[in-house]
Design a protein around this ligand. Structure first.
Ligand SMILES: [Fe+2]
Length: 195
């Protein structure tokens, strides 16, 4: 199944569950300041498959947004936490709240506000991003920065350092983690060069 098909199926299953016998949630979904960019980002995702955006629109009200505790303790800059967040669509039950349990993968969305800079970081999980918005720039290993249009697939091998920065509009991307899911990303000390 393709990523688009998976998300469309997941969105449909959640809609069906909500319409039938789904129990009332014990707590409302968590929101973050960066969520103000969720709907504008979906509207700006014109280059991404329509079925995928429709699935995310359905999932949106149910998403619980969270932030890496390493960044909450030591934010990389003063505005970062107001312009960064992620929400898990499917993932392990002992991780951040997920809409569906998945013990061996983590799938979700990353949202960055306009001009947000998510600096170099690394983690042992394998990571794939699927970009939904335009204007974002991505850095891997030794760089340089490169623009990736909507619909790009970006691969990060385990422990490779990588960074992302949004352009003049917010950046929305789907991420998929496989492998070592329990270890959060950590910022790395070496910075990117200007560019
Ligand atoms: Fe990453």
């Amino acid at each position: 199944m393709t990523l688009v098909g998976f998300l469309a199926a997941l969105g449909g299953a959640l809609r069906d569950a909500a319409a039938t016998s789904a129990p009332a949630p014990t707590a409302p979904p968590s929101q973050l300041t960066v969520c103000r960019f969720w709907e504008p980002s979906l509207r700006a995702s014109s280059g991404a498959p329509r079925a995928l955006i429709a699935a995310l629109e359905r999932l949106g009200p149910s998403l619980s947004w969270t932030q890496n505790p390493n960044y909450r303790r030591r934010p990389p800059d003063a505005t970062f936490l107001d312009n960064y967040g992620y929400a898990v669509i499917a993932g392990p039950t002992d991780g951040p709240p997920a809409l569906a349990a998945a013990p061996r993968l983590a799938l979700g969305v990353l949202l960055l506000g306009p001009h947000a800079h998510y600096p170099l970081h690394a983690h042992p999980a394998v990571e794939i991003y699927y970009t939904l918005t335009s204007g974002g720039e991505w850095w891997r290993d030794e760089g340089p920065w490169r623009q990736e249009p909507p619909g790009s697939v970006i691969h990060h091998a385990p422990n490779v350092r990588h960074a992302t920065r949004a352009g003049t509009s917010a950046l929305l991307a789907i991420y998929l983690w496989r492998g070592e899911l329990a270890t959060h990303a950590k910022l790395t000390t070496a910075g990117e060069t200007a560019g």
